[in-house]
Design a protein around this ligand. Sequence first.
Ligand SMILES: [Zn+2]
Length: 433
Amino acid sequence: METVLVLVLESLLLATIPACASELFGARMLRVVPESHDQLDHLHFMLVNSPFDFWREPREVGMPVDIMVTLSELPELIHTLTSQGLTAEEIIKDVGQMVVERSLAVYARGPRAMDWEDFHDYTTITKWLTSLSKDYPNLCTLEEVGKSYEGRPMKLFMVGKGGADNPGIFIDGGSHGREWIAPATVTYMINKLVTNSTEYDDLLSQVNFYFMPVINPDGYDFTFINPNNRFWRKTRSDYRPKVPEESEEPEELEENPVCIGVDANRNWGHHWMEGGASNNSCRFTYAGPEPFSEVENRVVRDQILRLRSKLKMYLSFHSYGQQFMYPWGYTHVYPDDWKELDDIARKAVSALTAVYGTNYTIGTTNNIFRRALAGGSHDWVKSVANVKLSYTVELGNSGNLFCPNSSDIIPSGEETFQALLVLADHVKETYAH
Ligand SMILES: [Zn+2]
């Protein structure tokens, strides 16, 4: 019986994959551990200048780095690693097969009603936010604040009942399309706050929560279209020059290929392109043709600017890595108030760890990665929008990398919600009147 089911599921999957695009099958995820600063520098260089997909970026000597590589790129990767004396351990033998095993149900069933037993596409999440705002009109509002590159409505969901002047926390997720656990965790927290509002009455009377659970809706939805797109990271904007059909110069274009999409978290306009980002559109860390080239980032930026006088905290959820990071990314210099940022992060993480024992690293992004990473949202939000307590959280997901099981959602939601309560309580105690 089980064999029959597997066969049916596999045929469903294969039916959705264009024959030319099944590169994930046979793709490997390799882990390398740099043992010297030279090796670490080489991995940093590869991150920005190679075509390989870094699932876990280089941080420091002795810390593992995860690289996903298609079968056709494998010899080149092995060559460049061995030339530096790096050896790779195979962690995932067949990434395509992992997608089949862990995410097939999502592709096979199509959209269904919102829950946290499974991952959901952007339309389902947006519909659910609409119904929540109708069911709890005294507690939440939903506002369309812009449209994505491909025309998806972008919505701001506000939870709070003490009036617009209350101190606010801005929370986003899904800046990178493939990081499914981030929107799932953010929506879990929304659900918890709204459907248990009596339990959090005091907090919701004194603090407003502004949520945008999926700020790269095109990239996120692209990962739901078909399993081959499962690891799409960037936006879907297209800066390729329009070539007349009978162009005389196709060769020049082939020499300098232009690819789709921008790394949304390298595109924010604060010390843009000053480290950890690429100006090559075909790289995973492409910062875009200019700061804020991406309409989705401009939409989020404008909401943060509109609310800036009330916002006291910013939280941006990503995966994976179990890191609780604060500015700066672009420089190794610490912000003047780093101790306060650090203390608050430590209290939040301690509440998170108390739930399931998940450990997080805490620090400035630059310090954690030992390298400049410029163009991230938390730098801009702190420096330009002047939101004091600005964080990026790389959620942990029990080793399931970018392909978490749906059963990882609720534990991630539960532990992260405990951190959110500590953070929100700090905002309430410090800024509410
Ligand atoms: Zn991310």
